[in-house]
Design a protein around this ligand. Structure first.
Ligand code: ADP
Ligand code: ADP
Ligand code: MG
Length: 459
């Protein structure tokens, strides 16, 4: 097993990985930008190395500085977390060339799945159902219009390098498509430095169902069931749960098998996620594979009892999976709410500043993954997700009740958060019934914001 592991990340995921290292008796080494000197991940690590100024491009994305930090501290492995360099094949390759184990799949696999248009082709060739769409890249708006005539509207223009819900635009007619193509491409160029586009049929208000998989270097591949991530705003997840109300046991079996097939087709190793959209008729379609640990992984940990970061580290060290498919059991129900420092009443404007007072929920079946503490500062340079509240209970309804009370206990003073919005969603009849899809926030946001405003008028 590794002796010392460098965590090339910050925030709650860095803290999550540090905690796992402690339990595995691996020394965790943190890195930080000058904006993060006082950050919790720096305080909890065995050692911490400054890697540059606040801008991510100069610090958390600075490969030479990260590799030098690993060398100088005598690390034998690097965990990239999520975001930042986690899906950067060059970084994975450089780690390996420097004699460091990269906790993730081989660079060639990141390459194969990182281009979403190419990943679609690979999946199709292996019999995994993909959303009807272009065979590969689409270079011009005119080509997109020609293709959309065959596919039928509505369509979705997507960036091959896309992530975090960016670089995609819908078009409901040929009139709208050229503008959608150009805005999606411009966004892709500015966010990812890559303007390669492809086209998919827009599945109207599907559910986002993803499968967690684990694959080791000995040819074992298992899936750990699904997560329903359909509560999304602007194609970004807000709340996730497992299991999904939308899946029957036979659909779970079929989708799980497709996810395992997808991982095998990619030659996958490590923890990964195969994402699907599921339409109202029970048809599911591959949309992408994320070759990293995912934000919402704790939901799966709660229902399976497995520690996914530990599995990732074990796999990277050449050890076999600690479970076989037939040993995977799903217990109860888990829900996660992402707490973001953003104000829903002000069009989700992200906030920065000092957390003047903090109280985190606890008690039976409640887990909080966060790097917050009273007095910590939130800098504007990084992602606005500041905490994840996760609950586990025997049934879905009990999990909903538990999450309501957990959010009622949560106090974050000094910055606005979306916690109240999540709390209100937990009272929405369609949410309670489990009758929601990716259109939920779009359809109900105004109503939820009115509930929120009314609550403030009549305390
Ligand atoms: P996930 O698929 O793990 O749920 P998301 O789809 O929300 O995550 O986001 C995709 C990835 O982009 C995640 O790894 C997330 O951490 C990362 N990400 C999103 N926004 C930012 C940002 N501003 N800075 C760094 N990483 C980001
Ligand atoms: P990202 O890499 O940004 O996570 P994804 O391809 O995973 O991009 O898509 C993000 C979200 O956009 C999905 O969770 C889903 O809600 C929506 N989406 C993506 N493709 C489609 C599609 N073909 N039809 C309908 N919704 C889609
Ligand atoms: Mg996705």
């Amino acid at each position: 097993m590794f002796k010392r592991l460098l965590i090339a990340n910050r925030g709650e995921i860095a803290v999550r990985i540090i905690r796992c290292c402690r339990e595995m008796e691996i020394e965790p080494v943190a890195v930080y930008s000058t904006a993060d000197r006082e950050a919790l991940h720096v305080q909890l690590a065995s050692q911490a190395v400054c890697i540059g100024p606040p801008k991510a491009a100069d610090s958390y994305l600075n490969m030479p500085n990260l590799l030098e930090a690993a060398r100088a501290t005598g690390c034998d492995a690097v965990h990239p977390g999520f975001g930042f360099l986690s899906e950067n094949s060059e970084f994975a390759r450089l780690c390996t060339e420097c004699g460091l184990r990269f906790v993730g799949p081989p660079a060639s696999v990141i390459d194969a799945m990182g281009n979403k248009a190419a990943a679609r082709r690979l999946m199709k060739a292996h019999g995994v159902p993909v959303v009807p769409g272009s065979e590969g890249r689409v270079d011009t708006a005119e080509e997109a219009v020609r293709l959309a005539e065959q596919l039928g509207y509505p369509v979705l223009v997507k960036a091959a390098a896309g992530g975090g819900g960016r670089g995609m635009r819908r078009a409901y007619s040929a009139d709208e498509l050229p503008a959608a193509f150009r805005t999606a491409q411009a966004e892709a160029l500015s966010c990812f430095g890559d303007g390669e586009m492809y086209l998919e049929k827009l599945i109207v208000n599907p559910r986002h169902i993803e499968f967690q998989i684990l694959a080791d270097s000995h040819g074992h591949v298992v899936h750990l069931g699904e997560r329903d991530c359909s509560i999304q705003r602007k194609n970004q997840k807000l709340m996730e749960e497992a299991p999904s109300k939308a899946l029957t046991p036979s659909l779970r079996e079929a989708m799980g098998q497709a996810a395992v097939e997808a991982a095998r087709a990619a030659g996958y190793q490590s923890a990964g996620t195969v994402e699907f959209v599921l339409d109202g008729q029970g048809h599911f379609y591959f949309i992408e594979m994320n070759t990293r640990i995912q934000v919402e992984h704790p939901v799966t940990e709660m229902v399976t009892g497995l520690d996914l970061i530990r599995e990732q580290i074990r796999i990277a060290a050449g050890q076999p999976l600690s479970v076989k498919q037939e040993e995977v059991r799903l217990h109860g129900h888990a829900i996660e709410c992402r707490i973001n420092a953003e104000d829903p009443a002000a069009d989700f404007r992200p906030g920065a500043g000092t957390v003047s007072f903090l109280h985190l929920p606890g008690g039976c079946g409640v887990r909080v993954d966060s790097a917050l503490y009273t007095g910590c500062t939130l800098s504007p340079f990084y992602d606005s997700m500041i905490a994840k509240v996760i609950v586990h209970a025997p049934t879905r309804l009990e999990a909903i009740r538990r999450m309501r009370r957990a959010l009622e206990e949560l106090v974050v003073e000094g910055v606005a958060t979306n916690a109240e919005l999540a709390h209100l969603i937990l009272y929405h009849p369609d949410y309670i019934k489990g009758a929601y899809d990716t259109g939920f926030i779009g359809q109900h946001l105004d109503e939820l914001l009115k509930w929120s405003a009314a609550g403030k008028e009549n305390p």
